[in-house]
Structures are given as C-alpha cells and as structure tokens.
Design a protein around this ligand. Structure first.
Ligand SMILES: Cc1ncc(COP(=O)(O)O)c(C=O)c1O
Length: 418
C-alpha cells in the first residue's frame, strides 16, 4: 500500500518540473530546529532551509507578526509607500553604513540589482564587465549563472549573458588585478563562499580588493546572500572577517546583496548600496512587484528585533565554538569519514574523506552519501560540491541542541566508518 509520502512524491513526479535533485524526505511540519516527516520521524534541521530559517521553524513571534500584518495588508505594490519598507531599510543601513536599500524577492534577484547597478555605474565610460570568483555562486537567473564561477550551472544554457566571462581564483589579489580590463565596472565576491564549499575571504583579500577598486574606479560588490544576516556572528561576513584587523575599521564595499535569513523564511531579498552611488538607480530604472512588501518587511523587522533582544549574534559565536570543538574531536575519532571542519559562525563545512572508500556509494559524491547517512540518524545538513557537508543551523540553536547534533553526527560517522 502506498504511504502518504509515496503519494506526495508521486504527485511531484507527475506534476512538478524535475529541476531539483531532492532527498528522499517528505516534510510535514516544523518547530524550532526540528522537522517531522509524514511518518512522524523527527529530524534536527541543521540546514535550516539552506541558511534561511534564522529563528528555526514556526517561531511564535514570527507567526504572530505574520498574522498581525496579514490582517492589516499583505501587498500594496511599490506604487505607494508603507512604513515597514522604510524602517527595514533604515535598520539595514544602520548595520552596514550610509547608503540606501532596494528590496527584491530572492537572492538571485538581489544580485540582478547589483549587476544593473554596476552597468549603470560603468555605462558612460563604456564599462559593463563584472569580475567574479571561481567556485562562486550567485543564483540561477540567466545573469546569475553567468556570474557564477561554476561550469555545472551553465551547462546547456548558452549563449550566456555577456560581461561575466572573467572568473578569478578566490583570495588571489594578483589574479584580481590582472583580470581588470578597460571594460571592467565591478568586482563581485561572496564574503564566505557557500555553495563553493565554505571558503571565507581573507582580511588581506578584502582590504586589497577595496584598494584596487578605489584605484581603478570599480565598484566592490559583495554577495552576502548566504553568509550575511548574522550567520557569521556579525551582520555582514566582512564585518566579522575584518573585526580587530588593523586599518580595517572603515572598510565598506560599495554594494551588498542579501536574502535567505532576512525574513526568516518569508521570501525577501535586497541590496544595500553606499553613498555616493545610492541614487544611481533612479525612478523607472529598476522595479519588482512584490519586493519589500508590507508582509515581508513586517516579518523581517521582527527577525531583526528578535536577533537583537535574544543576543543571537553572541549565540552564533558560542554555538560555533561548540560545534567546531565537537566536530574536530569527531574528525580525530573517525578519520576514514571526517577530515576537518572549517567556516565561521554557524556557516560550517565538514570536509569528508573521499579517499578512504568509506563514503563511496553507488556513484554518488561523498557529500550526498554522508548527507544521507546523517538523515538516517535524524539530522539534516546541506551538501556543497563533492566533499563538503554544510551545517547552517538556526541562529538561536541551543547548547543542548548542538550537543544532540554532535551525537547524531557521531552516530552517522561511526556507521559510515564501517
Ligand atoms: C551566495 C548566494 N548568492 C545567491 C544565491 C541565490 O539566492 P536565491 O536562491 O534566493 O535566488 C544563493 C543561494 O544559495 C547564494 O548562496
């Protein structure tokens, strides 16, 4: 007899475009850092919807903010003003620096805004190219896949959008300098490469890029879609990377994109652009019907309020230390499976041993094999590339939940070790 899960999967296979490789898990509901499947099995969700559910699932204050705002108004379009969008922009500006914000619906769309900003910026001098990094990820729109420094996302979608064919090795300043041409308008990087396997930018790289962009009159743009919004323990990852670094206190990129955790799971994205570039995109130059609507903004304001009142930036750092210590110990105990841990805050990557054979499974990469092993033990994670499994838990995860997670990861590692 077909289970409820079988029926749901069957409906997907019949009616949903099969563009995703999904794990074999049909989710019914969530609470805090936990999800339950249709069979009643509980999972500790250390993927948090790929770094989105900053406060876990069904947070009562988020539910209440949604309910209250939905009763007043859900949508009005950007033909009119409403209080929430201005307040949210003000909150973001106060956390990054003098400038202005534009709101979209997703990360890819936030980055589209950055590409248009760069094109407008370079337009009068005939410059339109944007340099991006190898192994970067900037979203799945046509310009997003052109910007992304990974071949696999572009396959079969050529001709690619022009102006992005310059991918530089990450953290290599000399390569950035060498890549600049008379057509270059901007450089775009992630503060911590996420899909590329959790690779933080070095302080020297960020400071060097800033100097280079100043000297060559280029915009320095940062994609903080995954690594931003307190995931590293600071609002933006570059603030965390440059904290306590001499000569870095006045570092600012020219533009920053964000999404994912911004409204804790309600779709919202956006970008911040610094003065004096904040009016480059004037009336009629850029728009979206839904972006920054009353409902999304009310939730996003509540997310920021909770992050502040519950000192979650501090929690991120404390829980990060616990995870790192625990995972490092596990790497020592299960070297056939686990090789190391890297990352910042609650954006962690477990690198897997792909040579021992312990994670070689029917043609699937080790990252998928181990993600499945974790799922069997009741913990959800997110693979990156072939050899990294990401942990991107809610920012309000507790010590007990981290310990529970480490226990489950140990079980999966022990079982995979053979
Ligand atoms: C760094 C980065 N930029 C952009 C995106 C695209 O965001 P979205 O999926 O919301 O379009 C992602 C998504 O994973 C991302 O990690």
């Amino acid at each position: 007899m077909n289970t409820k899960a079988d029926n749901i999967k069957q409906t997907f296979s019949q009616y949903v475009v099969p563009s995703y490789g999904r794990f074999d898990l049909v989710v019914k509901y969530g609470q805090g850092p936990y999800l339950w499947d249709t069979e009643g099995k509980r999972y500790l969700d250390l993927g948090a919807g790929i770094a989105v559910c900053a406060l876990g699932h069904a947070h009562p204050q988020i539910v209440e903010a949604l309910r209250q705002q939905a009763q007043r108004m859900i949508h009005i379009s950007n033909l009119y003003y409403h209080e929430g969008q201005g307040l949210l922009a003000k909150e973001i500006v106060s956390r990054i620096g003098p400038g202005k914000c534009f709101f979209s619906n997703s990360g890819a769309e936030a980055n589209e805004g950055l590409y248009k900003l760069a094109r407008r910026f370079g337009h009068d001098s005939g410059r339109y190219e944007i340099i991006t990094a190898l192994n970067s990820f900037h979203g799945r729109t046509l310009a997003g896949i052109a910007a992304t420094g990974q071949e696999k996302v572009k396959k079969g979608f050529d001709p690619l959008v022009e102006g992005f064919n310059n991918y530089i090795p990450f953290n290599d300043l000399a390569a950035a300098e060498a890549a600049i041409s008379p057509r270059t308008a901007a450089i775009l990087i992630e503060g911590v490469q996420g899909e590329g396997g959790i690779q933080p930018a070095t302080p020297e790289y960020l400071l060097g890029l800033r100097k280079l962009c100043n000297e060559r009159n280029l915009l320095l743009m940062m994609d903080e879609v995954q690594c931003g919004y307190y995931r590293t323990g600071s609002f933006c990852s570059f603030q965390e990377i440059l904290k306590d670094v001499a000569g870095a206190s006045d570092f600012l990129p020219d533009a920053v994109s964000m999404a994912k955790g911004i409204a804790g799971g309600f779709p919202l994205g956006g970008f911040w652009v610094r003065e004096p570039y904040s009016d480059i995109l004037g009336p009629g130059s850029h728009a979206t019907t839904y972006g920054g609507g009353p409902l999304a903004c009310a939730v996003a304001l509540k997310v920021l309020e909770i992050i502040k009142s519950e000192s979650l930036a501090e929690n991120v750092k404390k829980m990060s230390r616990l995870f790192k210590e625990g995972l490092t110990a596990l790497c020592g105990r299960y070297p056939r499976v686990l090789k190391g841990v890297r990352g910042m805050g609650l954006m962690l990557g477990i690198s897997l041993n792909t040579e021992s054979g312990a994670l070689s499974g029917n043609g699937s990469p080790a990252s998928i094999v181990f993600t499945n092993a974790l799922k069997e033990e009741g913990v959800l994670s997110v693979p990156a590339g072939v050899s990294i499994v990401r942990l991107l838990p809610p920012l309000n995860i507790t010590k007990e939940q981290v310990e529970e997670g480490l226990c489950l990861i140990e079980k999966a590692a022990a079982r995979s070790s053979g």
